[in-house]
Design a protein around this ligand. Sequence first.
Ligand code: BDR
Ligand code: CA
Length: 314
Amino acid sequence: MTQPRRIIIDTDPGQDDAFAILLALASPEEVEVLGVVAVAGNVPLPLTQRNARIVCELAGRRDIPVFAGCDAPLKRKLVTAEHVHGVTGLDGPPMVEPTMALQGQHGVDFIIDTIRRAPEKTITLCPLGPLTNIAQAFLQAPDIIARVQEIVLMGGAYFEVGNITPAAEFNIYVDPEAAEIVLKSGVPAVMMPLDVTHKVIATRARVEAIRALGTNVGRVAAEWADFFERFDVAKYGSDGGPLHDPTVIAYLIAPHLFTGRFINVEIETQSELTLGMTVADWWGVSNRAPNAMFIGDVHAQGFFDLLTQRLGRL
Ligand code: BDR
Ligand code: CA
């Protein structure tokens, strides 16, 4: 039997982040969650670290260490997304305040220490929000860069272009300098852009399958999906909301569900008009060296079957 991948989830929950955390915690055969690090993104840090603890408690995993990382992007003012996720970031079903403690250590220090202590190339980073914490860890401790096994992240877009601006996807837009550092670091990277996440639509039938689990986790998750869909349904006319972030974890569990291309991806950090755009050389028209596996397609029903089956374990 192969060992589970040892992962750190870096996140700004977010209902779709919550699905990703739950999927990871329900999948111990494939992934071992060493810690969850919150970052400012969808909502400010005091809420994302609170929400991360709510999700761990919902999964019955008060033992998972949750850390607070950076409260603002490297160089810019924080942009948030309450218009998508609600004022708490986890709007939908009423949630009780978490009682499990937040770790005292800074999330960036946790990332650095964990990678330094582990054998080389045995830690996978799973960023589900702006890349601030990861970039900050690389800036503070460049020695860890060569020790990271892989980064599997949700961010960017090529064919779908932008969701927060006409040109940029939210996670990259919020901290483009951080994204640039990560993509230029040389760490093997897999990106889940909107091109693929807009294919995993939580349709009515799929949400009802989750609700029909008949568990507390199934009910809460379905109610999150009910709340989360209104933004994308209104904007794109889709038949439900896209579950962006759990694609990262699903890729670690079932990579055969996904296809992509190993290509060059650069981040726009200068232009006001296209700030945070992921300039993805999908068609290989530049001679710039490939630096990321850019995922373009997914077996959507396979993804939802996996997600639903795993949520049913919690
Ligand atoms: C990304 O932005 C956030 O709103 C979601 O949680 C996801 O990580 C999608 O653009
Ligand atoms: Ca997120």
